[in-house]
Each structure stands twice: as structure tokens, then as C-alpha cells.
Design a binder for this molecule. Sequence first.
Ligand code: FES
Length: 96
Amino acid sequence: MPLISFKKNIRTPVDVPTETVLMTALLEAGLPVASSCDGDGVCAKCKIVVVEGQEHLSAENETECFLRDANNLPKEVRISCQTRVLGDITVDATYW
Ligand code: FES
């Protein structure tokens, strides 16, 4: 199963089933994820920095591409409610 690690070591890494939505995995691990649309792909507040393992995430869908362009998000940032975990990654958020 994919392992999610945290750059600031705020908690121990968590195993998640392959294809788990990143936002769901983080919330279930007890970490806060900013959101004002509850994962509907509107607010872009759920953005997460992927420090390692970008290649182990699902490709950007149309919604994420739109939000990336609209918010000028850098490549290492993913919209967590639109992203599925396929392998090991290390993540970070400014408010953790
Ligand atoms: S929670 Fe709003 S876009 Fe992800």
C-alpha cells in the first residue's frame, strides 16, 4: 500500500489503499485540510505541496488543470481533493 510521509514529521507516515483521494487520506489521518467546498473542486484551498513522489499521483484532471491555471499554482502543488495516491509520497502544507 502507498505510504504518505510528512515533511515536517508532524506525525508518523500512514499507509493508504492505492487510489485513495489525497484529501480523504489526510483527513482520515487526522490532519487538517483547508476547504470551503468540501472537495467539490471549486475552492482550491485544499492544495498540498508534494515534496517527493509527484510521479506516484494520478494525472491532473480537467478540474485540477482549471484550478491550477486560475490560481497560478506551481507544479509541486496538487489539489488534494482531485488527486489520487498511487504510490509513496511526502507532503507538506503551510499551515501544518
Ligand atoms: S476542497 Fe475545494 S477544491 Fe479541493
